[in-house]
Design a protein around this ligand. Structure first.
Ligand SMILES: NC(=O)c1ccc[n+]([C@@H]2O[C@H](COP(=O)([O-])OP(=O)(O)OC[C@H]3O[C@@H](n4cnc5c(N)ncnc54)[C@H](OP(=O)(O)O)[C@@H]3O)[C@@H](O)[C@H]2O)c1
Length: 330
């Protein structure tokens, strides 16, 4: 398949301030990589919104094409593991951080970070999941590696209407857990229940209590909010439960005590999706395409957008107004 001399990409600059938008780029403009992919789908994550608006320091060099996720078909590869026509995906792995990302009609990927699309997933489905789904899956994988099992009791998900969290609720239900949800958008109670949340708690009604150890409420947690929410969670998790700390939508500070750790054996597990090693990455994608495949991907994908519309999508997300996942049709 021939690759056009130039194609469209959403590129981010930082000279004389932040500037981002659609440009015509060529393959040679992109970071080097063994695998050239005709990108078909990408997605919008909180990190993309930070990078695309310049509100957060995500890019470590400039200019770069934005987009931390991409899925498409291989058009050329110098690595024998990939052949023309293979469906592949890549999430994190330096995209839109140190390398040109997925908001581009063609991308150049490093073979070691390129994942063959697992059987059971379509390209668009892979991007409804994207970094958000991968992060939710990695959270549960790490919790189970540290002893979490459904019989221990319910697992709570915070920031429930966000992309990571909606997928986490669905994944937990698929994996046999009783999922509970805490949300600031209680009007979406019915939707969260449909995803599998057996209890939905209004963030406003959640009082964590001031003591280092409060009455234990949940066997584990997947937390995309951070700040006071994460601190509160440490005080209410059952003995030997796990908290997967994967986000900071509500703040990055953590003010707690060691009591939950040394009295209840609670673990806070760090979830860093972008740099996850390949073996673990493959395990997560196998589960996401198989036993943990969310049952409500169509409902969770609330918006399909284009490269041109990205500047309108980002600010809503940063203002906490997101609801579900947005995929980008390339
Ligand atoms: N560790 C990793 O590798 C990794 C990967 C992906 C994402 N993340 C992080 O995970 C978080 C969620 O990402 P996302 O893509 O799912 O974003 P998102 O779709 O914007 O979801 C964030 C959700 O957090 C809740 N929220 C927002 N502002 C809040 C506040 N001030 N206090 C409490 N809750 C608040 C909202 O849910 P409710 O209104 O329902 O409460 C919102 O929908 C972000 O911090 C992101 O950076 C980390």
């Amino acid at each position: 398949m021939s690759i056009p001399a130039t194609f469209r990409a959403f590129r981010i600059h930082h000279s004389d301030g932040h500037r981002a938008g659609i440009e015509a780029v060529s393959l040679d403009d992109l970071s080097p990589g063994e695998v050239v992919v005709r990108a078909e789908w990408s997605s919008v994550n909180y990190k993309d919104a930070l990078a695309g608006t310049g509100e957060g320091k995500i890019l470590r060099r400039f200019p770069l094409v934005g987009g931390i996720d991409v899925a498409g078909h291989v058009v050329a590869s110098t690595d024998p593991r990939f052949r023309e026509g293979d469906p592949v995906l890549c999430t994190g792995s330096g995209l839109s951080e140190t390398r040109d990302g997925g908001y581009s009609e063609y991308v150049r990927l490093q073979a070691d970070w390129t994942i063959p699309l697992p059987a059971g997933l379509g390209l668009r489905e892979a991007m409804v999941l994207g970094t958000a789904g991968f992060t939710a899956g990695l959270s549960l994988l790490r919790m189970e590696q540290n002893g979490q099992v459904p019989a221990m009791g319910p697992v709570v998900v915070t920031g429930a209407t966000g992309g990571v969290s909606m997928l986490a609720i669905d994944i937990l239900s698929r994996a046999g857990y009783e999922a509970h949800a805490i949300t600031g958008k209680f009007e979406h109670l019915d939707f969260l229940t449909r995803l599998g949340a057996r209890q939905v708690i209004n963030r406003k009604d959640m009082h964590w209590g001031p003591r280092p150890l409060e009455t234990a409420l949940w066997a584990g947690a997947i937390d995309s909010v951070g700040g006071d929410t994460l601190a509160g969670l440490t005080r209410v998790i059952h003995p030997y439960g796990n908290i997967a700390s994967c986000g900071l939508a509500g703040g990055h500070a953590l003010n707690t005590t060691v009591m939950p750790f040394i009295i209840r054996g609670v673990s806070v597990l760090g979830i860093a999706s972008a740099g996850t090693a390949r073996a673990q990455r493959e395990q997560v994608w196998e589960r996401l395409a198989g036993p943990w495949k969310p049952a409500h991907l169509d409902a969770i994908c609330t918006r399909e957008t284009t490269l041109d519309e990205l500047p309108q999508v980002f600010p809503t997300m940063l203002a906490g107004g997101s609801f579900g996942r947005t995929v980008v049709r390339l």
